[in-house]
Design a binder for this molecule. Structure first.
Ligand code: DOR
Length: 403
């Protein structure tokens, strides 16, 4: 049935974003619906697990899950088998993307061969086909390696997106080194393991002039370092994940769905991240959608794999917790989820959009996810905002059916 949905005025986006309303055809409209059309969301940090780990997720299931979350562009991290560290290895991933992706899936190329931090990957050979370079899942430990990679990426006009983690400061931890870890006898990951490497990289980014992006920041020190670096003119951007903005160590449960890297930090860290969102230090929100099998996530906090799914819950969680609670405006959220990441990574929107009913309230149930991964700390949360339709380059890639 055809309904009138309001749109956001955003310059540089498809023509209908210059208008106030748009007529859309959706299934099962509701009398009390508040229908809004957004440009397709863009997530610069997802794990789609192919090639190599298709028992966790595939390009097909992951891209369908993304479409369900309102996304029409995602950037896929390179911790795969084989790692995309040469054109030949990357081409295996590109072939699957060409065959199966229902939205734009842009691969990252690795910074180092096998993400092992020892030798540079073939950045030049991969540059035309990748959105940026990253060794996500691991920090680049060697200063010299990172510096030389930055020079090469700069010459290629590509971003280095860094997972910052100094392995000498991990101490075998798997949740934040804070109150919860102490009280429950868990090994903690220090905040310094993240911010020390950001501190190093900001010096290198300044020296090399490389466009540098920090993945999933989680600590208050990281926010302050990046805030200062921006003031200092460093070409730096950063992302954080929805979970770091709406949860902290006080929300931890003895369950693998609360284990991710970086971990949920302290209340002061969450507050600093929110301040960073509000003042623009944090440029974008990325989910770090990291699906694993049920078995891999069933070993509690000490034994489960790091990573949670997030692409199907990001908008409803953030709309409910940040917009409805008046922490940021809806315009700001849309900017963080599509405008800013597209600008920074040079990813056009095309004729791609999603329609949401902001009035629809429901309980998050992982059984309804299209992702093969079901582990989320948001299971059971009451949220508002349901995706009804996602269109990518004129083609419907998600449609809500039923009530
Ligand atoms: O929680 C995480 N999961 N953090 C990472 O750095 C990697 C990711 C994954 O690939 O599962």
């Amino acid at each position: 049935m055809k309904i009138e949905a309001r749109t956001f005025r955003i310059s540089g986006y498809p023509d209908f974003f210059a208008k106030d309303h748009m007529t859309v055809d959706i299934d099962a409209p509701r009398a009390e619906g508040d229908y809004v059309v957004f440009p397709g969301f863009c997530d610069v940090h997802v794990h789609l697990r192919e090639p190599g780990f298709s028992y966790k997720e595939t390009i097909l299931t992951g891209s369908k899950a993304a479409a369900h979350g309102g996304y029409t562009t995602v950037c896929a991290m390179p911790n795969l088998k084989p790692v995309p560290d040469s054109f030949e290895h990357l081409n295996e991933e590109l072939d699957i993307i060409k065959r199966d992706a229902v939205i734009d899936v842009l691969p990252y190329g690795a910074i180092t061969i096998g993400e092992l931090g020892k030798e540079h990957a073939d950045l030049e050979g991969m540059a035309p086909y990748v959105c940026a370079f990253s060794d996500d899942g691991k920090g680049v430990q060697s200063d010299e390696m990172m510096k030389a990679a930055m020079y090469r990426a700069k010459a290629l006009g590509r971003i280095i997106a860094a997972h910052c983690e100094d392995e000498t400061l991990l101490h075998g931890g798997y949740i934040h080194e804070g109150i919860y870890a102490k009280e429950h006898g868990h090994a903690g990951i220090s905040s310094a393991s993240e911010w020390k490497q950001i501190e190093r990289d900001l010096i290198l980014a300044k020296e090399t002039g490389c466009a540098y992006h920090v993945c999933h920041i989680s600590t208050k020190e990281s926010v302050e370092l990046i805030r200062q670096a921006k003031r200092d003119g460093v070409n730096v951007s950063c992302e954080t994940g929805p979970h770091y903005l709406v949860m902290d160590e006080n929300d931890l449960q003895e369950d693998g769905r609360f284990r991710m890297n970086p971990p949920l930090r302290a209340k002061e860290d969450r507050e600093a991240l929110l301040a960073g969102i509000i003042d623009g230090t944090i440029d974008m929100i990325a989910t770090d959608h990291a699906p694993h099998s049920a078995e891999e996530k069933a070993k509690g906090l000490p034994g489960s794999a790091f990573g949670i799914v997030g692409i199907e819950t990001a908008f409803p969680v953030l709309y409910t917790k940040l917009v409805k609670e008046n922490i940021i405006t809806l315009e700001h959220l849309v900017s963080l989820m599509t405008v800013k990441p597209r600008e920074r990574f040079g990813l056009p929107c095309g004729d791609s959009w999603c329609v949401w009913d902001l009035n629809k309230e429901y309980v998050i149930d992982p059984a309804e996810f299209l992702s093969m991964g079901k582990a989320t700390p948001f299971a059971g949360w009451n949220v508002s905002g349901e995706c009804l339709l996602t269109v990518h380059n004129g083609r419907t890639v998600y449609r809500k059916t039923g009530k």
